[in-house]
Unconditional design. Structure first.
Length: 274
């Protein structure tokens, strides 16, 4: 019997990267999955984003494990689309008890005036997190059986070090800090309902968000940033794997962590402990 048997996880940004890894690991542990992804390009994002084919691959991987999954194309910036995806999950599974607001983007990272990048990042990674939680929360409270909300932040959400002050990357740091404030607010307010709320804080993760040609070009153009000791992990690993983050989330979602709430959980190879 898996550690998450009988649980249903609502995961945003599930078409690939960390979100796909979370869907697969949760399925391995017995959970059913509601998988959400935008599956289209946001113009201020400099690398190719996930597609509908990527989301289909997530579905195939979960189903190959014998687990159930509902997958919907939805943008976390669009409350109505999120609500429709949530409703589809409820029709299939009857409840949602684990929420993983994971959808994230890395915006344009070069210098210059890119005001729209600020709004796209904040809308996706701060407002989108809030909307995801708010869509799922009322029925979780009404059900009266507790639950878990696990928000993807970043080591950048607990550190003053950022890539640069371009609008998009400044917004990235702001959003990743901002969800920590949301987490603490929800953890305090929802404890009486036995709904636990935590954030996870990875260092760099081996996903298409940063393993791509434009990001490599940025590192070459600004070696004083990318090659700085400030951006190196103390442990001898350049990037952790998505499953390393997923394993932490499995623990936090499981009954093993039934009294763990309000914590900022690093998966950072020592990045924040320097």
């Amino acid at each position: 019997m898996g550690r998450l048997e009988g649980k249903v996880a609502f995961i945003t940004g599930a078409a690939r990267g960390q979100g796909r890894s979370h869907a697969v690991r949760f399925a391995e542990e017995g959970a059913s999955i509601v998988a959400i992804d935008i599956c289209q390009q946001i113009p201020t994002v400099f690398y190719p984003m996930a597609t509908a084919d990527d989301l289909d691959e997530t579905v195939a991987l979960v189903e190959s494990l014998g687990a159930r999954i509902v997958a919907k194309v939805a943008d976390v910036r669009d409350r109505a689309a999120l609500q429709a995806a949530y409703a589809a999950g409820i029709r299939e599974f009857g409840h949602i008890d684990t929420v993983l607001p994971n959808a994230g983007i890395m915006p344009v990272i070069n210098e210059g005036e890119q005001r729209q990048a600020w709004f796209d990042v904040i809308d996706t990674m701060l407002t989108g997190v809030w909307q995801t939680v708010e869509v799922c929360l009322p029925a979780m409270i009404e059900r009266g059986q507790g639950g878990s909300i696990l928000i993807t932040s970043s080591a950048a959400g607990l550190s003053s070090i950022g890539l640069n002050t371009a609008p998009g990357t400044a917004a990235y740091s702001a959003a990743k800090h901002g969800v920590v404030g949301l987490m603490r607010l929800y953890a305090s307010q929802l404890a009486k309902h036995s709904i636990r709320v935590n954030t996870v804080h990875p260092t760099g993760v081996n996903t298409p968000m940063i393993v791509n040609e434009p990001y490599g070009a940025f590192c070459e153009e600004f070696p004083e940033i990318a090659g700085s000791p400030n951006y190196q992990n103390p442990m001898p690993v350049e990037l952790v794997e998505p499953v390393d983050v997923s394993n932490a989330l499995v623990y936090l979602a499981s009954d093993e962590a039934r009294y763990v709430t309000g914590v900022t959980f690093p998966v950072d190879a020592g990045y924040l402990n320097r």
